[in-house]
Each structure stands twice: as structure tokens, then as C-alpha cells.
Design a protein around this ligand. Structure first.
Ligand code: LRH
Ligand code: MN
Ligand code: MN
Length: 388
């Protein structure tokens, strides 16, 4: 099986957004290991992100987290990024680090805290106006740890009220994506725990509010590709936060833990129109690199998404539908698995070269000397960490 010309055209327009926080030091609650050459400023994070794009041609935008990536002049930051051939992407809000948010933010029972959280989001939209970003991503840490601690039903109503105010501030070309997560930091209930809750909340707002699916935010065993199919069917899949996990919200390299799951997800994206020219689906990474090289980790991640997209595009859909209609269980499964087991790496390497990109992006990055350069250059100052 080789990748068709039509599939290559689809792959040529694929873009995967990288997160600024992937380039900072991160870790677990036990230890954050630092890496020489880690960025000290937002500009240095964007420079590192530009390396991923330079060697893969796949990642022209970088998502920012506010206020982790706060600067005085976001217009200037936009020009800086553009000078490196990059664009600023999704603005991620942050209502999980202030003391005021101990018992919630947009769902807090105290109107003063809700006001503070709404105002933060309005500020994020101001940032989007300056950066030219389309998407505001909202992930809430809101929830409770003990049964009875919070009025879970009222909090849904409060969330709706808060989101209405934020949604109304969006420009015509801007969108809101609401990310769900089934646990952590709250352990009994989260106010946006699942796709259904996110869907209900965004559906009540309007067309420019959609769901963000973070692949690491589900209970083990969840059929994520089913959720992808359903949200695409409903026209409400706004974006992905791609990463992989073995146990919890591990934020590991996408496709590292379960490449087959990534294939199944990409297949549903393909059949649901998520790779079409005018797709509303934004592909983003949400990852942290605790022990591995961060830039190489990001290159590996975008390549894994590309590889599984290519394999998903290989599925012989006509033959598959025929087998499905005929009730040919093993035939249908065989057709699906044939595509998954097809190694597309050599074809993609050749195709990359034909487009003026390195056949082996990781080798090209290592040979470029960029790592030695940043290790020597970025001494002194504070290295960025997950969160700053
Ligand atoms: C929450 C989350 C969310 C945040 C990011 C740093 O677990 O996935 O997307 O903004 O981590
Ligand atoms: Mn996420
Ligand atoms: Mn997460």
C-alpha cells in the first residue's frame, strides 16, 4: 500500500499547533529536572517551537498560556513570531493558580471570585486581538473533593452564566473551546468532567463555542474515537489536545503509549471530515517533557500525528463499507488492520524531501547545532518551567 496523491494533498495542509509550555521544564510533584538550554523567556520558547516547524513543515503555530506567557506588548510578540515564520495560536486561560480559586473560578459560589475569573478571560480575548489568535481555550480546575462539599447542580448554572459573558466578548472570527477532564485537581467531581458536559455548555452558547478533546483526560478504557465520531457528527469538535498516557494525565509524547489508539482516532477524524479543507478542527499538542529532550519530543510528536494520519488515509473505505454491509466481521477488521500495520515512514521521508524538508527531521535537528547553541547561550536567568 502506498500513500495516494490525494492523501498527500491532505497531508500537505495538515498543521499541528505546539504548546509554549512544552519547552519549559516540567515534572511531577516529586521533582522537576531542568535541562540545559531551556528557554528563559516567551521569545525563547517561540524560537524553540520554530525549530520544530523548520524541520517538519508541520507546526507553524504556537499556543500561549496566559499569564504564564505574559509580555507587555503582545503585538510585538506577534511580530517576533512572524519574523521566525511562526504564528501565535490558541490562548489558554489560567484560573487554577490563584489562591482565590481554591474552591472554583467560573463556577465559584462567590460572585466576586466569578467576576475575577470572567475578567481574566476577557483579558485573554484582548490578548487574542493583539496576537491574531482565533481560539480561546478554557480548561477549568473547578470541582470538589468530597460528596456534599459543593452544590454540583447550581455550579452548572453558574458556569453557563459565566461562559455567556465570555462568549459575548468574542469577535466574529474568534472561537471558544471548552476542555473537559474527568479528574484532577479535584477528585470527587469536576465541573466539566466529560465531553457531554462540555457539549451541553457550548451548545447553549452558539456556533463559535466548541469542545476541546484532550486525549489524556478520560478514564482508562474509554473509547475516545467514539467521542471523536460523535462530536464531529454534531459539528462540535473544535480542537484536540494530543498527548498520550499510561495511567493518568501523563502528557507523554502523542502516540507513544498507544499508537493504535491514535490511528483509530485519526481514522474517525478522516471519515468525519476533520481533515477537510475547511475543517473546524484544530490539532494541538498538550505535552510536557520531564526527562526527554523537549524539542526532539515535540518533533517526534508532530511526526507521530502525521504518520497515523497517513495510515488512517490508507484505509480502503470502499472495501471496508462493503465488508461491513455484508456482515463480514473479520474481513472488515482485516481491511482496517492492513492500513494500521502499513509502515509509511519511508514514503513520508521521501515525500518530505521532495518538498525541501529533511527526510529525517530529528537527525537534521541534531545535526543543526541548535541544541549546542542554546545550551551555551542560555546561561543565567531563570529557566521557564511548566507554569512560568
Ligand atoms: C489541564 C491541561 C489544560 C491546561 C494544560 C496546561 O490538565 O490539559 O489544557 O491548559 O493542561
Ligand atoms: Mn489539555
Ligand atoms: Mn491535561
Amino acid at each position: 500500500m502506498t500513500i495516494s496523491t490525494e492523501a498527500l494533498e491532505i497531508l500537505a495542509r495538515q498543521e499541528i499547533e505546539v504548546p509554549s509550555w512544552a519547552y519549559g521544564n516540567s515534572g511531577t510533584r516529586f521533582k522537576v529536572f531542568s535541562t540545559p538550554g531551556t528557554p528563559r523567556t516567551v521569545q525563547e520558547k517561540i524560537s524553540d517551537a520554530a525549530q520544530v516547524h523548520k524541520h517538519t513543515g508541520l507546526a507553524p503555530t504556537v499556543a500561549l498560556h496566559y499569564p504564564w506567557d505574559k509580555v507587555d506588548d503582545f503585538g510585538e510578540l506577534r511580530s517576533f513570531a512572524e519574523g521566525l515564520g511562526m504564528k501565535l495560536g490558541t490562548i489558554n486561560s489560567n484560573t487554577f493558580q490563584d489562591d482565590a480559586y481554591k474552591f472554583g473560578s467560573l463556577t465559584h459560589s462567590d460572585p466576586a471570585v466569578r467576576r475575577m475569573a470572567i475578567d481574566h478571560h476577557l483579558q485573554c480575548v484582548d490578548v487574542m486581538d493583539a496576537t491574531g489568535s482565533r481560539d480561546l481555550k478554557i480548561w477549568l480546575a473547578d470541582g470538589s473533593n468530597y460528596p456534599g462539599q459543593a452544590d454540583i447542580r447550581t455550579r452548572q448554572d453558574l458556569l453557563h452564566e459565566s461562559l455567556v459573558e465570555i462568549y459575548d466578548r468574542l469577535g466574529d472570527d474568534q472561537r471558544m473551546v471548552l476542555e473537559y477532564k474527568f479528574f484532577e485537581p479535584a477528585f470527587y467531581h469536576m465541573d466539566v468532567p466529560d465531553w457531554g458536559t462540555s457539549y451541553v455548555q457550548v451548545a447553549a452558547l452558539g456556533d463559535r463555542a466548541m469542545v476541546c478533546l484532550d486525549t489524556g483526560h478520560h478514564a482508562p478504557g474509554t473509547n475516545i474515537e467514539f467521542i471523536v465520531a460523535q462530536l464531529l457528527r454534531l459539528g462540535k469538535l473544535g480542537s484536540f489536545d494530543f498527548n498520550s498516557r499510561f495511567y493518568a494525565d501523563d502528557d507523554l509524547i502523542v502516540g507513544a503509549a498507544d499508537p493504535f489508539q491514535l490511528f483509530r482516532i485519526m481514522y474517525e477524524v478522516v471519515v468525519g471530515g476533520g481533515m477537510a479543507d475547511d475543517t473546524p478542527v484544530a490539532f494541538m499538542l498538550d505535552q510536557c517533557h520531564n526527562v526527554e529532550d523537549k524539542i526532539i519530543g515535540q518533533i517526534r510528536s508532530v511526526l507521530n500525528v502525521q504518520e497515523m494520519s497517513a495510515r488512517a488515509l490508507l484505509v480502503d473505505r470502499n472495501a471496508l463499507h462493503q465488508a461491513q454491509r455484508a456482515g463480514d466481521v473479520m474481513g472488515a477488521n482485516g481491511i482496517f488492520m492492513d492500513a494500521f500495520y502499513t509502515d509509511v515512514r519511508a514514503d513520508l521521508a521521501q515525500w518530505r524531501e521532495s518538498r525541501g524538508l529533511p527526510a529525517d527531521p530529528i537527525a537534521a535537528y541534531v545535526a543543526s547545532g541548535y541544541r549546542e547553541h542554546i545550551e551555551a547561550d542560555r546561561v543565567g536567568g531563570n529557566q521557564a518551567s511548566w507554569g512560568a
